[in-house]
Design a protein around this ligand. Structure first.
Ligand code: UDX
Ligand code: ADP
Length: 457
């Protein structure tokens, strides 16, 4: 087995950046990334990368063609590599048992079978994608179901990177988690993965555990993070009723070192490919073990997220005299967070659809996500897409901030106000704008979890 040859199956948001970092930090390894999507591989080999991530271009330029390769021949990759990372997607199932809740493991299982068929020597198979607990067991069963004496060791090494900060998270991780079977072979395989990370991650940040703890930790980390957002969003609703300011509340509680100040920004709700999927997955696992109360507890985190989006829509309707039919509303941002073009589970999607149902005319602007927005909303006609925020807002009745792109905080809002229909409204779904300043310009301003600043009596 050639342990200096690493393969990653799946060239997505996780596989691409992670392998780029490994290639950059470990020149002694040859890293190959493969994908069934040939167009994606072609883009990884071009200047137009399929993933936008600050700092990624530079690392790709420095490693591609040297010890980082993007290829389409998956079987060759499997044959030639001793360590195989699996980073294929595991979306929520849309059909059959567990639809809307359980993970759809068909891509993942296809990959396991492909590894089994193509392998001619011992392999260490590393789970990178988020998967339900005990998937490693299923993977082991598939891999060892063929006659023969090839040894497969399955390792769980969940990825904790967040989009938009992926390169920093990969370079300076809070921790790297590596789980395995606690058998001599399992521990030896685990060591091979530890050795990769030791090239740049301090030893004390590399945590070894049993494989089930490792798998579960990923789901639990995401569930806890999402829970914080739903908690502060639930409180934002109460703030709006009581004239408390959610920013002040977040600051006051965040200074308690037991709570910490991060992830307390009230918003239109969390998005992204992980949070909702992982919580529903966690809840589904709980239900399969008869832990219905525990499942219900975690499901409520998703319920509050849906509630927050609907609350935002109702807030717009209420402020704009209960009708937005024919009114022009500009969405500032469509990505699920800043510094990414990714729109998976973006709250802007739900909000855009609801605004269209209310017959508003939409204009969508975003520095990186317009192409994805067009694809996501392809079935709805009449939406205008405009990369320039000044042009996008021109003639609009309202602006609704969907994504916390820094650029939106630095625009010339006097110029924007002058170009809009009056009365002009701003709904700041991310609380990133200078609300007082906007109000002084003439806007009616509606933040999240703070008293609105309006010119009506
Ligand atoms: C998340 C986890 O953070 C990461 O560890 C895991 O590997 C993958 O899932 P990601 O979804 O990329 O990462 O982004 P994250 O920064 O966690 O943001 C998720 C969503 O929560 C975004 O929509 C963001 O705007 C929202 N959010 C975040 C808030 O609404 N308020 C906050 O205070 C923080
Ligand atoms: P993530 O955010 O987890 O990285 P992505 O959807 O961005 O998820 O990436 C997953 C990638 O895995 C996609 O590019 C998809 O084409 C690829 N993929 C899915 N199934 C297979 C497979 N059987 N073999 C190779 N690649 C696959």
């Amino acid at each position: 087995m050639d342990r200096k040859n690493i393969l990653c199956i799946g060239a997505g948001y996780v596989g691409g950046p992670t392998m780029a970092m490994i290639a950059c930090k470990c020149p002694q390894y040859r890293v190959t990334v493969v994908d069934i999507n040939h167009e994606k591989i072609a883009r990884w080999n071009s200047d137009d990368l399929p993933v936008y991530e600050p700092g990624l271009d530079e690392i790709i330029r420095a490693t591609r063609g040297k010890n980082l390769f993007f290829e389409t021949d998956i079987e060759k990759g499997i044959r030639e590599s001793g360590i195989i990372f699996v980073g294929v997607n595991t979306p929520t199932k849309t059909f059959g048992a567990g639809a809307g809740k359980a993970a759809d493991l068909q891509y993942w299982e296809k990959t396991a079978r492909q590894i089994r068929e193509a392998s001619e020597s011992r392999k260490i198979v590393v789970e990178k994608c988020t998967i339900p607990v005990k998937t490693a067991l299923a993977m082991e069963r598939i891999l060892t179901s063929k006659d023969g004496d090839i040894r497969f060791d399955v390792i769980s090494n969940p990825e904790f990177l967040a989009e938009g900060t992926a390169m920093r998270d990969l370079e300076f991780p809070d921790r790297v988690l590596i789980g395995s079977r606690e058998t001599p072979n399992g521990i030896e395989a685990r060591k091979a993965i530890v050795d990769i990370y030791l090239n740049w991650v301090p030893r004390e940040k590399i945590i070894e555990s049993n494989i089930w703890s490792s798998e579960l930790s990923k789901l639990v980390a995401n569930a806890f993070l999402a829970q914080r957002i739903s908690s502060i969003n639930a409180i934002s609703a109460l703030c709006e009723k009581t004239e408390a300011d959610v920013g002040e509340v977040a600051r006051a509680i965040g200074l308690d070192s037991r709570l910490g100040s991060k992830f307390l920004n009230a918003s239109i709700g969390f998005g992204g490919s992980c949070f909702k999927k992982d919580i529903l997955n966690l809840a589904y696992i709980c239900r399969t073990y008869g832990l219905d109360d525990v499942a219900g507890y975690w499901e409520s985190v998703v319920d509050i997220n849906e509630y927050q989006k609907e609350r935002f829509i109702l807030g717009i309707l209420n402020a704009m005299f209960n009708t937005i039919a024919g009114k022009r509303i500009c969405l500032f941002g469509f990505a699920f967070k800043a510094d990414t073009g990714d729109t998976r589970e973006t709250p802007a999607y739900t909000i855009a659809r609801r605004l269209c149902e209310e017959k508003a005319e939409l204009v969508i602007t975003d520095p990186k996500a317009i192409d994805n927005a067009k694809t996501d909303l392809a079935d709805i006609g009449g939406i205008t897409y405009e990369p320039d925020p000044y042009k996008a807002a021109r003639g609009c009745d309202a602006i609704a901030v969907m994504t916390e792109w820094k650029l939106y905080a630095g625009l010339d809002y006097r110029q924007i106000y002058d170009s809009m229909t009056k009365p002009a409204f701003i709904f700041d779904g991310r609380n990133i704008l200078d609300h007082k300043g906007l109000h002084e310009i003439g806007f009616n301003v509606y933040p999240i979890g703070k008293p609105p600043l309006v010119h009506f009596t």
